[in-house]
Design a protein around this ligand. Structure first.
Ligand SMILES: [Zn+2]
Length: 401
């Protein structure tokens, strides 16, 4: 499966005719099912007999928000001069939000990134994602409720082999039975509706568990950005006239799409605020990351992800650099001053979004053989390792050349 997915990364969906595409789908489905068997076994085993134990008796809410297609250069928290992230900026100024500046994704596709990011595998140790358990089983084993609200269930898009490959694993029947306390059944047009749906479940009022891992998987800024936010005045904040990019190739059509991307980013900021408000008064820590970036006419006349064989600095900057941040409630900051100090110390460290599991285990105060402190970017023991993107390319050597 790894080779097939490497092929698709090189050729790209758009590079295939119908026949190639059908053959690819059949082959990929076959391989995906053998990968799925391996990861399902590892995950169920971990949930049933793993060695994970939680080290605290405190009530803890660990929230994981999985973003989509986020170009961090379009976020004010990363220095963009338009106000695309007013809520997150306010959290940052209050000291509740820690923003990591040097995080990259190993791929520019959702499925490949998320399988690696949520697996307890260590890429630095050349472990394959499919041979290690998914993180939800480690949390479950440690006594956490695991609650998953997903806006990419993809049930209306069965042709999409990527969503199929990912969801056939994350929502495999055996994994559902052994890992999840509760999950949603339906995707929505907009991400705020997904959060509303979670609130309508009244899980938080009914829950008797002291420990909860709550995952929100968003549509974020996925192409087409104009479809990611409601067509209402308050969300149509930016117009083609707001666009600040000056490059000579930027025409009217590009200006329209850049404004739409900025609106989708600002809408995402509102969704983040909606999630934060739920947990504001609790002992809560929230981690957000995006699966990959996106080109938004940054350095050439192109939007989206292009799967080009030649990967330049500009290409990697737009498609592989990702936003990554941790929000802590006031209560959490008071009860975990050491963690907060370690977070603040780590903002410039170079790591990948697939190192996520180590940070989550740390925030969840979970002791487990899956935990490796030298791979944990917020640990004092962290040792940076080469950041290999697209399986073979050393990201830092390209950027430093
Ligand atoms: Zn994606």
């Amino acid at each position: 499966m790894a080779q097939v997915e490497a092929f698709i990364v090189d050729v790209g969906e758009r590079g295939m005719d119908n026949v190639t595409s059908s053959l690819y789908s059949m082959h990929a489905l076959h391989l995906a099912s053998s990968d799925a068997n391996a990861v399902v076994m590892a995950t169920v085993r971990e949930a049933e007999s793993g060695d994970a134990r939680c080290e605290t008796n405190d009530t803890t809410n660990v929230i994981l928000v999985i973003g989509e297609s986020y170009n961090k250069r379009h976020a004010s928290i990363y220095g963009y001069s338009l106000e695309t992230t007013p809520n997150l900026l306010a959290e940052m100024q209050r000291g509740n939000l820690t923003v990591f500046k040097n995080v990259v994704s190993p791929y520019n596709t959702t499925s490949l990134t998320l399988k690696n990011a949520l697996s307890c595998c260590s890429r630095s140790k050349h472990e394959e994602w499919k041979n290690k358990p998914l993180i939800m089983s480690t949390f479950k084993r440690a006594g956490y409720d695991v609650v998953w609200w997903d806006n990419q269930l993809g049930d209306e898009n069965k042709k999409n082999v990527f969503a199929f490959s990912l969801n056939s694993i994350f929502f495999n029947k055996k994994i559902i039975e052994s890992c999840y306390t509760l999950r949603n059944e339906q995707s929505f047009e907009y991400d705020h509706q997904l959060v509303d749906d979670f609130l309508n479940s009244h899980y938080l009022q009914k829950s008797t568990s002291a420990k909860r891992l709550l995952v929100f998987h968003l549509l974020g800024q996925h192409l087409m950005a104009v479809n990611r936010y409601p067509n209402e005045d308050k969300y149509n904040h930016f117009t083609p006239d707001s666009v600040i990019m000056q490059a000579s190739y930027i025409d009217d059509a590009a200006r329209v799409q850049i404004a739409q991307y900025d609106n989708a980013t600002r809408y995402n900021d509102a969704v983040m605020a909606q999630i934060i408000e739920i947990f504001r008064d609790d002992n809560a820590v929230l981690l957000y990351f995006s699966d990959h970036g996106e080109e938004v006419y940054d350095y050439r006349y192109s939007i989206g992800r292009s799967h080009s064989r030649i990967k330049t600095k500009n290409y990697l900057r737009a498609q592989n650099e990702v936003p990554f941040m941790v929000w802590c409630s006031d209560k959490y900051m008071k009860s975990h001053p050491q963690v907060v100090m370690r977070l603040k110390k780590s903002v410039d460290r170079p790591f990948m979004n697939t190192d996520l599991v180590q940070i989550l285990l740390d925030l969840g105060e979970i002791r487990s053989s899956q935990r490796v402190e030298r791979f944990n970017p917020i640990s004092d023991a962290f040792q940076p390792t080469p950041r290999i993107v697209f399986n073979t390319l050393d990201y830092d050597s390209v950027m430093n050349n």
